[in-house]
Design a binder for this molecule. Sequence first.
Ligand SMILES: Cc1ncc(COP(=O)(O)O)c(C=O)c1O
Length: 473
Amino acid sequence: MEAELPIVLDRASPVPFAAQLAGRLREAILEGTLRPEHTLPASRRLAAELGVSRGVVVRAYEQISGEGYLESRGSAGTRVAVRFDGRGTPAPKAAPKPATAPKAVIDLTPGRPSGEPFRDREWRSAWKKAIAGPVQVGLPPASGMPALRAALARHLGASRGLTVDAADIVITAGTSDALQLISTALRSKTKGPRILVEDPGYPTARRVLSAAGAVVEVIPVGEDGAEASRLDALGSRPDAILLTPSHQYPRGGRMPVQERLAVLDWAERNHVTVLEDDYDSEFRHTRMPLPALASLPSNAEVILIGTFSKTLSPWLRCGYLVVRGTAGERIKRAREELDTPVSGILQSALADYVDGGGLARHIARARRQYAHRRALMLDRLGTRDGLELAALDGGLHAIIRIGGKVDARVVVEEALKQGVCVVALEGYFAEAAPENGLVIGYGAPSDLELARALDIITAIIDRMAKGPGAGPT
Ligand SMILES: Cc1ncc(COP(=O)(O)O)c(C=O)c1O
C-alpha cells in the first residue's frame, strides 16, 4: 500500500529540505502513521509533489534508511522497515513462539560494510548486463579481465591519485587471496618468504600468510603504524613487510608522510617488498587521505593491496593488486600458474559498475552513512569516564579502550548473552602486551541497532565497574 504523505516543507526555515523531509518521515514512523505495510512514493513523484529536486528526496530516503527506518527493495520501492506503536517505542511483535527462536544478534564484528550496494539499482543493472553479455566458454584471463583492470586504473587515478597502468593491475579474490598469491610468488625453491607484519595487526593476515607457507614475524608498531627507526634496528631483513599506513589496523592511526618516505627508503636499501594493505582508505571522516606508499617517489617495490570488501562487500570475494618491479612480475607469473579464482561474470558486472560511476556514487553515499554512525558513537561514548574512544578518523570501525578493573573479554561474553556480538582488542596483538578494549564495527548495523548495542555495552561496563554485587543490567 502506498503511503499518503501530508508533508509540507517550511520554505522560510534555514533547515535544508532534505533534513526537514527526513525529520517528517521519521516522526510519522515513530508515531505509527507509517508502518511496514507502507511503500513510500517514488522519489521523482514525491519531489514533484513537494516542489523540490529529486536529489532532496533521495537524500532524505538515504538518511533514514541508514538509520534503519526504511529499506529499499529495488524495483518494488522503498518500504518502512520498523513498526512503532505511536509512543515512539517499537510495537511488540507477535507473541514469541514456544521453545527458543534464536535471539536476533546485533553484529558489531569489524570489517562488515553496509548492505546497501546490493539494493542499488545501478548494481542490479550491471549484473543484468553481465548476464546478458556474450556467452563465454573459456576461463577468464588469469590476471583479470581487461575491462575491469582498465576501469580500476581510471577509478584509482580519480579516487586515490594513483597513476596506474591497467597492465599493472591483478584481480584477486580479496586480500586473503592476494596474500596467498604473494606468498607463493615470493617463495624460494626451498622455503617460504619471511614476511614482517604489524603488531597489533590484522589476525587474518597472520593466519593466511602462515597457512600459505610464509614465515611470519611481527614488529611492534605505534599508534600511527610502523616506524622506520625500528625497521633500521632489525637484525636481519625480511623479504616483505605488510603495512596498513593509511589506517593502522586496528588502532586507526595514519603514517605521516615523512615516516612513509623513511620506510620506503629502508625498503629500497634493504630490497624489501612493501605490501601496502589499503583496505578502507575510501572512508576518511575528518581529514584528507595521505598519498598511498605506492604513489610516492621511490624505487622500493611496493605492491598495493586493494579490496572491494569495504567499498562493496566481503560477500563478493573480489579485490586487486597494483604491482610493480620484479616482485610484480613474479606475482603475475604466479597468478598465471595458479589460475584465477575470480568469476568472469562478477568481473564483467564490476567493470560496468565501476566504469559507469556506480561505485563512486555508492562510496559517496556510504561515506555519509558512516559519518553519521561515527557521530553517533561520539555522541554516546565520547565523554564517558573510564572509556577512551579511538580510531574514528576513518574506516568502519572504532576502538573503545576500557580503563580500571573491567575486563574487556568479560564484556564480550556478557554482551553476547544480551544479543550483541563484539570483539576484544586483545586478539589483534601477537606478541606485544595487549590493550584492554573492544573493537566496534559500525558499518553494517543501522543507527537504531548501533545505538541499542552501545547502550547494552555501556550498561555492562558500568555495572562491572561498580564491582561484584551490582544488580543485573
Ligand atoms: C586490515 C584488513 N585488510 C583487509 C581486509 C579485507 O579482507 P578481504 O579482502 O580478504 O575481505 C580487512 C577486512 O576486515 C582488514 O581488516
